[in-house]
Design a protein around this ligand. Structure first.
Ligand code: BES
Ligand code: ZN
Ligand code: ZN
Length: 470
């Protein structure tokens, strides 16, 4: 899709948003009424050169969803040149919302279809009579396109099958992104993990035919305002290991690389948003498989910081990978301002907050409030899960320092986060937030402007947080 700020006389279709039938052109009302069009959310109707799109409101998420519905209706036709009047019935629409709706709502993943029709759609946003300067509108458009391109890149990565996207593919993608964006990149293989005592991460990947990879990308602007560290869970497949998942539980576990993929997507956008922070993206790319060499329930692992972990469930593997990656991050990077980890960590998070919401946990309520604000501006959904003094007892081990599987399933998202807390240094406790994106990252259904499959959760949220820190 090609989006431009331009008046175009030769368009095929013009998109008009309507809150009720009253907003439609006089001449079309009768036809629309007779056909049962009510202008409610999700409704679209072509009349001549107009596509009427029903919506509740003309801003924010409603607007994005309306444009997602518009582009879906258009993609079923042969039309290619689309006019979007920025002023819709006297109200100026927001460029960012329009663009997100079109680009995120228009995404389709058809890389595995034998027949795919590809048609370039041109969108002309007519900015005539806008109250803003054309250059400001253009800047807003460029930034939003960069963000949406990254979200869609992340979706592509996550939707790619585990056979086609292995830890090594993650390395290739990371290198590609670092070259395109002039980022520093460091790649470490299992030899490094062994030499540096990253035994928890090593154990998870041991039965895979793909070597585990530790990836570290760095974005360094001049006179950086501070440092942000992002750590992503990159399980290119999670079958559960010897604590094997059920057949149903295993389907869609290609999504277990969503945290890492989001980190890549964010790193891919920092130049475009002129991020003023130094940003580090750290990824543990690992495949959790079974085999004679698999790590086992009953094993005790020694993590990079020396803590011992009793393995009671090999399906609680994400926290083992993250434990060592968090240690690596804090050993290598000093004076961290914020450290966020993103992970499809627990099914319990989906049970607790529902399918669409990212679970956020940490020790700093002020920081949580700031992330909440970023979430509201970005359109991503977050919910906060609380720690308390009693829960840490659930991950105590009788033979090691802690166990990777809590004594009961209840509060599973929180106990997973408390496990990670064991690998956060005291000086970083207040800087750290854990984001469990298990529900938000991947659904086998369409919701709003999110497609079937991967959503790209985390990208817009963290980028918005960074923008507000300016
Ligand atoms: N990758 C899963 C979590 C998950 C579940 C992500 C559903 C996306 C959708 C994770 O590694 C896992 O299996 N967690 C276990 C932890 C348990 C064994 C303590 C879970 O949630 O059941
Ligand atoms: Zn698992
Ligand atoms: Zn997992």
């Amino acid at each position: 899709m090609n989006i431009k700020l331009k008046e175009n006389k030769d368009f095929d279709i013009e998109i008009i948003l309507v809150k009720s039938i009253k907003d439609c052109n006089k001449a079309d009302k009768k036809l629309l009424k007779n056909s049962g069009f009510k202008a409610s959310e999700g409704e679209t109707f072509f009349v001549g050169k107009i596509l009427y799109v029903g919506t509740n409101k003309l801003k924010n998420e409603d607007l994005k969803i309306a444009f997602a519905n518009a582009i879906k209706a258009i993609s079923k036709t042969k039309y290619t040149d689309i006019k979007v009047p920025l002023i819709n019935k006297n109200k100026e629409l927001n460029i960012k919302d329009i663009t997100e709706g079109l680009l995120l709502g228009g995404y389709v993943f058809n890389n595995y279809k034998s027949k795919r029709e590809e048609r370039l759609i041109n969108i002309f946003i007519d900015t005539k009579a806008s109250k803003y300067k054309k250059s400001d509108l253009q800047k807003e458009l460029n930034e939003t396109i960069a963000i949406c391109d990254s979200v869609n890149l992340v979706r592509d990565i996550i939707n790619t099958t585990p056979e086609d996207f292995t830890p090594l593919t993650m390395v290739e993608k990371a290198k590609e992104i670092s070259f395109e964006n002039a980022l520093e990149n460091k790649i470490f293989t299992e030899e490094y993990l062994k030499e540096n005592g990253m035994n928890a991460m090593l154990a998870v990947g041991r039965a895979s035919r793909h070597e585990s990879q530790l990836i570290h990308l760095t974005y360094k602007p001049k006179n950086a305002k501070g440092k942000i560290v992002l750590v992503g869970k990159g399980l290119t497949y999670d079958c559960g290991g010897l604590s094997l998942k059920s057949s149903e539980g295993m389907v869609s576990m290609k999504c277990d690389k969503s945290g890492a993929s989001a980190v890549l997507g964010i790193m891919n956008t920092l130049n475009a948003i002129s991020c003023e922070y130094e940003v580090h993206g750290i990824i543990g790319a690992v495949e959790n498989m079974i085999g004679g060499d698999a790590y086992k329930p009953d094993d005790v692992l020694v993590a990079k910081n020396g803590k011992t972990i009793e393995v009671r469930n090999t399906d609680a593997e994400g926290r083992l990978v993250l434990a060592d990656c968090l240690c690596y991050a804090q050993d290598e990077i000093k004076d961290i301002d914020y450290i966020f980890d993103l992970a499809t960590l627990t099914g319990a998070c989906i049970v607790g907050l529902g399918e669409y919401t990212t679970g956020v946990m940490g020790h700093n309520d002020k920081l949580k409030k700031r992330l909440d604000k970023a979430a509201k501006n970005s359109g991503e959904l977050v919910g906060f899960l609380p720690y308390n003094r009693y829960l840490p007892a659930m991950i105590k081990s009788n033979i090691a320092d802690i166990t990777n599987s809590a004594s009961s399933r209840s509060g599973g998202a929180i106990t997973a986060s408390l496990f990670l807390d064991n690998f956060i240094k005291d000086e970083n406790k207040k800087n750290w937030l854990h984001l469990d994106i298990a529900g938000a990252a991947y659904r086998e259904k369409v919701w709003g402007y999110n497609p079937y499959g991967a959503t790209g959760a985390g990208v817009r949220l963290i980028l918005e947080f960074m923008k507000n820190q300016k």
